[in-house]
Design a protein around this ligand. Structure first.
Ligand SMILES: Nc1ncnc2c1ncn2[C@@H]1O[C@H](COP(=O)(O)OP(=O)(O)O[C@H]2O[C@H](CO)[C@@H](O)[C@H](O)[C@H]2O)[C@@H](O)[C@H]1O
Ligand SMILES: [Mg+2]
Length: 240
């Protein structure tokens, strides 16, 4: 269980991960503007362990998810509406007054910010192919060593079309226990704290649609993709 405290929200004035802009443009003769964020593209990987017949997901604390819950709890506490974007910063009091779960048991538990996700990573190394980046993420986050050539491209899509428009490319990797070379868990020097989670194949569809399990769209889509494309290969032993 994560322990989150000393929360402090400050304006983000420069970042290696995102840059906000406003674009003005003319569409069919009408002047318009749009606020957007430049971010990195990304890769994600559906990992299926053929020895254990389970999917390998990662589970991690996501500050952005937690802050949505945090803002909701602040609004409930003060009786105000959940604010406009930007008000999180204004509502945030210094940590000694507000940001500490011990003094403020009404703060959401850390688990409110933990999500189940596909193994994924940012495309931030221009000299590497998407497959090579995906391979590294599988190794670092989940501890399986699979050659880039064994990664099968499922598809790509735009994530966050209203705000970032970034492209994510999804891969499928079949692994076995023999490919397991470590614990995974992410790169500690990058501050990554990742838990590797197994979802048995026969539980996957219930998992996908269970709204009590916080997860990304990638998990849901990829489980359905597996169901319609790969299931026949594994059907006999799973009775699905
Ligand atoms: N906004 C941010 N602020 C501060 N530090 C940050 C940051 N974004 C990344 N980092 C740092 O970069 C490290 C590496 O992150 P990854 O490359 O694994 O991407 P991540 O899995 O977070 O996003 C992947 O997964 C999520 C969820 O699926 C997708 O939204 C995303 O596009 C995909 O790359 C993080 O552990 C953190 O240290
Ligand atoms: Mg990641």
């Amino acid at each position: 269980m994560e322990q989150i405290n000393n929360i402090q929200v400050v304006p983000c004035t420069s970042s290696n991960y995102l840059k906000p802009f406003r674009v003005h443009y003319s569409q069919n003769g009408t002047m318009k503007s749009w606020d957007f964020m430049r971010t990195h593209d990304s890769v994600s990987v559906l990992i299926f362990n053929t020895t254990l017949h389970c999917f390998i997901l990662v589970k991690q604390f996501r500050p952005a998810v937690y802050m949505c819950e945090w803002e909701k709890s602040q609004a409930e506490e003060t009786g105000s509406e959940v604010g406009e974007v930007g008000e999180v910063g204004e509502a945030a009091a210094p940590p000694e007054e507000k940001g500490d779960a011990e003094n403020h048991p009404q703060l959401p538990p850390a688990s409110a910010g933990v999500t189940y996700e596909l193994c994924a990573g940012l495309v931030d190394k221009p000299h590497l192919s998407l497959e090579e980046i995906a391979r590294q993420e599988v190794l670092e986050e989940c501890g399986y060593d699979v050659p880039a050539s064994k990664l099968r491209r499922i598809t790509s899509y735009r994530s966050g079309v209203g705000v970032t428009g970034a492209k994510q490319t999804m891969f499928y990797a079949e692994v076995s226990d023999e490919n397991r070379v470590g614990e995974g868990g992410g790169e500690p020097q990058e501050g990554e704290l990742i838990e590797v989670v197994k979802v048995p194949l026969h539980e996957a569809m219930n998992f996908a649609y269970d709204e009590n399990i916080p997860k990304t769209m990638g998990v849901i889509f990829s489980f359905i993709w597996f169901h319609s494309n790969m299931l026949s290969k594994y059907k006999i032993s799973t009775n699905v």
